[in-house]
Design a protein around this ligand. Structure first.
Ligand code: ZN
Length: 375
């Protein structure tokens, strides 16, 4: 028998900050979980319940959501199997509770897990430390250790598939659509929500302007940090989705627009800058960050990332290279009649351009290029 080849596993420990009520609820789940596992494994041990799949979660009760019950049964089976080697039935003593892969997620410093509350399964939102998880979610185990709640998370990094350098993805960044990725033969995909991001930014900016009038410097700094963390989180998500798509498509090279010229700390230069200018600077910094995230996530999977000159990439006709300005949502070439979604044009052109020499060692920053499609 051969095991299914698994990707690389990576574990994370994430500190949880449940409210006191959530803490007692979690503890109740942990106790119920280990007692369920212990009861089931000893029942398996003495042949009280069938050892095959004819026994399921419907055949026992536990004050746990069904997905957790399922996990407890699986756990009990593996505890029982282990007992055959050990000649003794292990008994779980430390309270833990486990959720399997698709039943939990972490978002914006919040862990969301289903729990039993008032006889119903409900989603519990627990504040947690900021993390950026890589890979496919695996098992989530919650435990209390020295008075602190900890989540042990196992993530499976996708197995690097053999990549072909001929398969190229072009990524175009913009304001209306934060990122567009094009792979020949696999079409175009849009990532992120530009309208939402702009709205949030305006909100952050308006808040800081108010604080500025009240001369609340510390609060301004805090708000800036908050915005930066929010943006970073989005860029982590977008880059993860883009790189995953590239991997699924067997892409060997991702081409991104070269970003040159702006220093890293532009987020702090808003002093006398106008809202508009500030917005632009913010965007270029965020584009730079997104490009960097795509680069390191891709390279970790063996996908090459090349920077290309983005000049006129949103204007050139993908069919005949004539320059046209898209007037509408649809790009129409005046020369050859090629027609397509205007937001695709940049990504298609970027995917075809030759990579620039790698200047990463000297590149400290990026020129904002909210050009073209972004306007
Ligand atoms: Zn044309």
């Amino acid at each position: 028998m051969s095991k299914k080849p698994k990707g690389l596993q990576q574990t994370y420990q994430v500190r949880l900050y449940p409210t006191p009520e959530q803490g007692s609820l979690l503890m109740a789940h942990c106790q119920e979980y280990i007692s369920t596992v212990n009861v089931l494994s000893s029942a398996l041990d003495v042949d009280l319940i069938p050892r095959d799949d004819s026994f399921s979660t419907k055949d026992f009760t536990a004050v746990l959501p069904s997905c957790v019950k399922n996990q407890a049964l699986r756990d009990a089976r593996s505890v029982f199997k282990r007992s055959l080697d050990l000649d003794v039935l292990p008994v779980l003593k430390k309270p833990i509770c486990q959720w399997n892969n698709q039943n939990w997620h972490i978002e914006d410093g919040t862990l969301v897990v289903p729990v039993m509350l008032g006889g119903k399964t409900q989603q519990l939102h627990i504040r947690c430390a900021e993390v950026s998880l890589d890979g496919l979610p695996g098992i989530l185990r919650i435990k209390k250790k020295r008075g602190k709640w900890i989540a042990d998370i196992t993530m499976t990094l996708p197995k690097p598939t053999p990549v072909s350098t001929e398969r190229v993805m072009g990524v175009d960044l913009g304001i209306k659509v934060p990122a567009v990725a094009y792979v020949r033969g696999a079409g175009t995909r849009f990532y992120g929500n530009g309208r939402y991001q702009r709205m949030m930014r305006r909100r952050f900016y308006a808040r800081r302007k108010k604080l500025q009038q009240a001369r609340k410097t510390r609060a301004i700094r805090k708000s800036r940090g908050k915005e930066a963390r929010w943006m970073k989180n989005i860029n982590h998500q977008l880059s993860r989705q883009i790189v995953n798509h590239a991997q699924e498509q067997g892409v060997g090279t991702i081409k991104v627009e070269a970003l040159t010229g702006i220093r890293k700390n532009t987020t702090r230069t808003s002093g006398g800058a106008s809202a508009r200018k500030n917005n632009r600077m913010q965007n270029s910094w965020s584009f730079y960050q997104l490009t960097m995230f795509i680069t390191y996530k891709a390279e970790r999977l063996g996908i090459k990332v090349e920077q290309v000159d983005p000049a006129y990439s949103s204007q050139e006709c993908p069919a005949c290279s004539a320059r046209n300005k898209a007037q509408d949502r649809t790009y129409v070439c005046a020369d050859c009649g090629w027609m397509g979604h205007r937001d695709k044009v940049g990504a298609i052109n970027i995917s075809r351009r030759a990579g620039l020499p790698d200047k990463r060692a000297s590149a400290t920053g990026a020129r904002g290029s909210a050009r073209g499609r972004a306007a």
